[in-house]
Design a protein. Structure first.
Length: 211
């Protein structure tokens, strides 16, 4: 007789932060970055593994889980979102970054939103207007660029999202992302974010999302 199959072990890994905790100073302070990565993101990763322990889908790609999130528990929804969202968030920021996009992404932002300035205004509005905890997104939705926001750790890859799409730029507007440095001043944090956007990575995400 065959031995019974061992239950699937979930083994999502916390990716290495691509820069030092103080690399995004003064826009994002080192203490916030350290707590955000080592406590919050690490926590979502550990809790996702716990929530999927023994589940038939424990070894599935995170995008598969997100695309079918309505089939899972609230613990999976919160932690799968928290895991994926922060993976993307760290990657779309970098030291000595900011400025403006170039090439096709710049052209398509201009075409979709009127100008880069208008795009930023609309994104800022989505980030500022998100009540409570959540995220602002630039996504590719049905082949087009769109701005959206989600509550809690939801994201546009989830089957429950109002506007579905592939995220290419993400901004965390949970208070844990800014409160130590900016306290209640979320708009100041949102303005500062543009100084650390890694447009090269966002352009790569855009090209991958369009395929
Ligand atoms: Mn966060």
């Amino acid at each position: 007789m065959l031995a019974p199959a061992s239950p699937n072990t979930a083994d999502y890994q916390l990716p290495a932060l691509p820069y030092a905790y103080d690399a995004l100073e003064p826009y994002i302070d080192a203490r916030t970055m350290e707590i955000h990565y080592t406590k919050h993101h690490a926590g979502y990763t550990a809790n996702l593994n716990k929530a999927l322990e023994g589940h038939a889908d424990a070894d599935k790609d995170i995008t598969h889980i997100l695309a079918n999130i309505s089939n899972y528990s609230t613990a999976v929804r919160n932690n799968a979102g928290g895991y994926y969202n922060h993976n993307l968030f760290w990657a779309v920021m970098a030291p000595n970054a900011g400025g403006a996009p170039t090439g096709t992404l710049a052209d398509d932002i201009n075409r979709s939103f009127g100008s880069f300035e208008k795009f930023k205004e609309a994104f800022n509005k989505a980030a500022a207007a998100r009540f409570g905890s959540g995220w602002a997104w630039l996504v590719v939705s049905n082949g087009k660029l769109a701005i959206t926001s989600t509550a809690n750790q939801d994201n546009p890859l989830m089957d429950v999202a109002e506007i579905k799409g592939t995220p290419i730029l993400a901004l965390d507007v949970w208070e844990h992302a800014y409160y130590l440095n900016y306290q209640n001043r979320r708009p100041d944090y949102i303005s500062a974010f543009w100084n650390v956007v890694n447009w090269e990575q966002v352009a790569q995400n855009y090209n991958a999302a369009k395929r």
